[in-house]
Design a protein around this ligand. Structure first.
Ligand code: ARG
Length: 457
């Protein structure tokens, strides 16, 4: 039973844990990356304990020196983890105590790993959110830049994957700008609920020492202090909320990637991906695959799965802390890493996209202008529903004779309605159709330019 390494809680036990159980229940494998947050939290906790006279100043000084030494070892990759280190919290406390001796045993006064772990995760997530928002902004700027550089490109807008009405490519791209703007708002809003200090809640009931949670909150840059100790150690809403926001972001990124990969097909031929962001085929020499876009779309699977995992882990759990909650970290880390690397890659790739003006314009003619004819008649007094019917008959006639809408002469058009005049011809271009959609939010170039100016490109 004599073992070289010890457990934080071994006092109550007469047999050490089995090796399999130890491996199975430990979280060090994945939570060691929390070490910078764990150290920071411990330093501030220690200072607070000394300030409040809860532990002797001498011991606090020793503990802080020990933590500084641990930091050095971790930074240099020299920290020796022991098989008995259950998690990053135990590992750091164990090593610090090795360094400073019995005084180290005072650090865990007025603290439990239950409030400690939530502290670490909240600090981690605040960092992630800040980085994500910066990178998301880069993606949005790249989208706005593309819109700006391609302002005169008209393309078919689609509904039901059928050519519908001409739009500006820039307008289509700025739809994504706005979608990602809502994602940013969700991250910002989520951050306000991450920004709450759990430390000081103890295991669940609070602590019987005269701690100063406001001091700790201020030192660790938390906006608020959790007001219910049971909630503070049990709550993982903030992770679920982050993953929900990340999932919606990935819905948006997936849709963008589907648009782009579709536009890159020979059938569409609207866009060319940069070579640096494409891959080839091992067998078909001609292939150029929009790999990055496909993989981004594929990554959404793991992000959605992470959200699902967090919801299932928490559902039906009684208050307060349960070890089930330890399973919160891998999905959180995976989704955070995925979101960050995805946004970075996208921000780098987007500026290299080349749009094919002629292909796009060519696809935006013809029957996409049918609504223009109906609007023309409606402006001249015909009820829109009736105008719709008249133009429907014109379209049917064109389909039967295999002619394009723009090819009809005025005389032919007048066979369907005498309201058609000579000026109808100038309405039948994609540019004219776009230019007329001036109502707020419409694709008219003036609107798009105004939006770009607001965005600042
Ligand atoms: N490794 C644990 C986790 O990630 C830390 C908290 C452990 N608390 C406990 N009472 N066993 O949740």
């Amino acid at each position: 039973m004599a073992r070289k390494t010890k457990k934080l809680w071994e006092g109550r036990f007469s047999a050490p844990p089995s090796r399999v159980a130890e491996e199975f229940t430990g979280s060090l494998r994945f939570d060691r990356r929390l070490w910078p947050y764990d150290l920071r939290g411990s330093e501030v906790h220690c200072k607070m304990l000394a300030r409040q006279g809860i532990i002797p100043k001498r011991d606090a000084t020793k503990i802080l020196a020990g933590l500084a030494q641990v930091r050095k070892e971790l930074l240099a990759g020299r920290f020796r983890f022991e098989p008995s280190d259950e998690d990053i919290h135990s590992a750091i406390e164990r090593r610090m105590t090795e360094i400073v001796g019995p005084a180290g045993g005072r650090l865990h006064t007025a603290r439990s790993r239950n409030d400690q772990v939530v502290l670490d995760v909240r600090l981690f997530l605040k960092d992630v959110l800040d980085k994500l928002r910066v990178t998301l902004e880069e993606v949005r700027k790249a989208i706005a830049g593309l819109a700006h550089r391609n302002l005169d490109l008209v393309m078919p807008g689609y509904t039901h994957m059928q050519r519908a009405q001409p739009v500006l490519l820039a307008h289509h791209l700025l739809a994504y700008y706005d979608m990602l703007g809502r994602d940013d708002e969700r991250f910002r809003d989520c951050r306000t609920r991450v920004d709450v200090l759990p430390l000081g809640s103890g295991a669940l009931a609070g602590v019987p020492y005269p701690i100063d949670r406001e001091f700790v909150a201020e030192q660790l840059d938390f906006a608020r202090v959790a007001q219910n100790s049971i909630d503070a150690v049990s709550d993982r809403d903030f992770i679920a909320e982050f993953l929900a926001a990340a999932s919606i972001l990935f819905v948006h990124l997936s849709r963008l990637c589907t648009d782009l990969t579709q536009w890159a097909t020979s059938e569409f031929g609207f866009v060319e991906f940069p070579d640096e962001f494409s891959t080839g085929s091992s067998i078909m020499p001609q292939k150029k695959n929009p790999d990055v876009a496909e993989i981004i779309r594929g990554k959404s699977g793991r992000v959605f799965a992470s959200l699902q995992a967090l919801l299932v882990i928490q559902k039906g759990l009684p208050l307060a802390y349960q070890s089930d909650l330890q399973e919160d970290k891998e999905p959180l880390f995976d989704a955070s890493d995925t979101a960050l690397s995805t946004l970075k890659t996208l921000a780098a790739m987007l500026p290299g996209l080349r749009f094919r003006k002629e292909r796009m314009r060519d696809a935006a003619r013809g029957f996409l202008l049918a609504t223009e004819l109906a609007d023309y008649l409606a402006e001249r007094g015909m009820p829109f529903r009736e105008a719709h019917g008249v133009v429907g008959a014109i379209v049917q006639h064109c389909l039967k004779d295999g002619v394009e809408l723009e090819a009809l002469s005025l005389a032919e058009l007048r066979r369907f309605s005498t309201r058609f005049e000579r000026d109808v011809a100038e309405r039948l271009t994609p540019e004219a159709a776009v230019a007329r959609r001036k109502a707020t939010g419409g694709t008219a170039r003036a609107n798009v330019e105004k939006r770009l100016a607001e965005i600042g490109v």
